[in-house]
Write a protein that binds this ligand. Structure first.
Ligand code: 13P
Length: 252
């Protein structure tokens, strides 16, 4: 049995003061929900403030990215050790990083190796663009991202990885994938690829999340699907009641 997993990716939203306000609204409702792994991923500048509020809450904290080097002359970057001081999770290879900041599968792989070494739980994002979707290349693109991004990981560490399937055409567009379509990509493309890389048993333990316009209204359509183990939520994670309702749906 894979434990349901819901993470909120706040992206470039909320100052530290606003983050504290949102977390104060989220704490009670989220702490009441059992049986779901819950993670908040605010911007770097709010991690410290949020970390001190999450003590003993059972709610995890994640960064939205990190560099693969331990330290050095990398202006503007954050190291794995800096992330690990405050977080137990890190989002890697989000499509916005790939699209706007030139992140490649090989960079994602280096970050993944470092995250595992630092005992961070990596949430590795994959997904095809609208153009790739419309030209029927979803499997090809997602397979490449999985095979290169998750290369050279010891099978024994693989079950710690969380994969998020986020079709780019569904992100921030209000046009979510159907539960059925996402389930098919998870079950027919991603999990078989994980099985070839890490063996069937390890692949069965890996949580595969759906992301892209998840709301309180459509969340259960995804969570009902056997191959969807949770969600990576963007816009709806900025609203306390809405995000709590999504986490609740994952627990049912
Ligand atoms: P939205 O939920 O805003 O579509 O964003 C999804 C996402 O990119 C989460 O990482």
């Amino acid at each position: 049995m894979r434990k349901p997993f819901v993470a909120g990716n706040w992206k470039m939203n909320k100052t530290a003061a606003e983050a504290r306000e949102l977390v104060s609204q989220l704490l009670g409702p989220l702490m009441d929900i059992r049986g779901v792994e819950k993670v908040l991923c605010p911007p770097f500048t709010s991690l410290f403030a949020v970390a001190s509020m999450l003590n003993d809450s059972g709610i995890g904290l994640g960064a939205q990215d990190m560099h693969w080097e331990e330290k050095g002359a990398f202006t503007g970057e954050i190291s794995p050790g800096m992330v690990k001081e405050l977080c137990n999770y890190v989002i890697l290879g989000h499509s916005e990083r790939r699209t706007y900041f030139g992140e490649t599968d090989s960079m994602v792989n280096k970050k993944l190796q470092t995250a595992l070494k630092h005992d961070l739980t990596p949430i590795v994002c994959v997904g095809e663009t609208l153009d790739e979707y419309e030209s029927g290349r979803t499997s090809e693109v997602v397979l490449r991202q999985i095979n290169l991004g998750l290369a050279d990981v010891a099978p024994a560490s693989a079950s710690r990885i969380v994969v998020a399937y986020e079709p780019v055409w569904a992100i921030g567009t209000g046009k979510a994938s159907s539960g059925e379509n996402a389930n098919a990509v998870h079950g027919q493309v991603i999990r078989p690829a994980l099985s070839r890389l890490f063996g069937e048993e390890n692949a069965q333990a890996i949580r595969i999340l759906y992301g892209g316009s998840v709301t309180a209204a459509n969340a259960s359509e995804f969570f009902q699907q056997p191959e969807i183990d949770g969600a990576l939520v963007g816009g709806a994670s900025l609203k306390a009641e809405e995000f709590a309702a999504i986490v609740r749906a994952a627990g049912r």
